[in-house]
Design a protein around this ligand. Sequence first.
Ligand code: IPE
Ligand code: IPE
Ligand code: MG
Length: 232
Amino acid sequence: MYALPSNLQHVAIIMDGNGRWAQQRQLPRLEGHRQGSLVAEKIVKYAAQRDIPYITLYAFSTENWSRSAEEIRGIFALLGFFIDTKIKSLAQYNIKVQVCGAINKLSVDLQKKLEQVVQKTQHNTGTVVNLAINYGGKQDIQQACLALQQQGVVWEHENDIEPFLFTKNIPAVDILLRTGGHYRLSNFLLWQSAYAELFFLSVLWPDFTQKHLDAVIMEFQQRVRNYGGVST
Ligand code: IPE
Ligand code: IPE
Ligand code: MG
C-alpha cells in the first residue's frame, strides 16, 4: 500500500451517476441510489483504513428538492437506513461522523438519527466522515454571513468567517472528486474548494471502487500546488 501524501487532509466527493447507472439497466433510479449507498459504505471504510483525515460525501444538494417526491423520499429513506445499519457498525473503524447542510429541513426522524450518530461517534479519533445533506455552497456562505451579523461579530479576515461555515473544524478541500462525467461543482463546498485539486471521472458512482480513489490520490501526489506562487 502506498503512503498517503502528507498534504492530503480532506477528500470531498460528488457522488454522481446513480440515476444513469440504473437507467442503463432498465432499473428504477432508486436502485442506483441503493447501489450507490453500498459504494459509499465501502469508500468510507477504505478512507478509514487509509487514515484519510476528512472525507465529505455529497448526499443531497439544496437543488435536489426539484426531483420527484418519490425519488426524494427514496433517497432519504436510504440515508436513514445507511445511518442506522451501516454507519453505526462502522464504529470499529473509529470514524467520527459530522453533518453539514440545512438539517433542520429534514424529517424529525432523520434529524434524530443524524444527531445520534454524531453524538455517538464524537469522541472517535479516526477519519471524520462529513455527510453533506441538504447542502448548498451558496447557502453555506449566506447562513455564515447571517450568523456573523446576528452575533454582532466584527469580521475583517476570511479566517473570521470560516468558523461560521457548516464545515467549521474541517480543513479546506484538497481533493474534489466528481464521478459521473459532468464537469461542474453543482453548488458543492464553493468556499472550501478555493484551492482544491479537481478530478472529474467518467465512472458512474455505483461503479466507483477504491482503485479509482487510489488512482486519484496518486495523481494528486504528482500535482504541484502553487497557491498563487511560482513553483520551484
Ligand atoms: C447523484 O446521482 C446522487 C444524488 C443526487 C442524490 P444522480 O441521481 O444525480 O444520478 P444521475 O446524474 O441522474 O445519473
Ligand atoms: C450533485 O449531483 C448532487 C449530489 C451528488 C448530491 P446532481 O446530479 O444533483 O448535479 P446536477 O444537477 O447534474 O448539476
Ligand atoms: Mg446527477
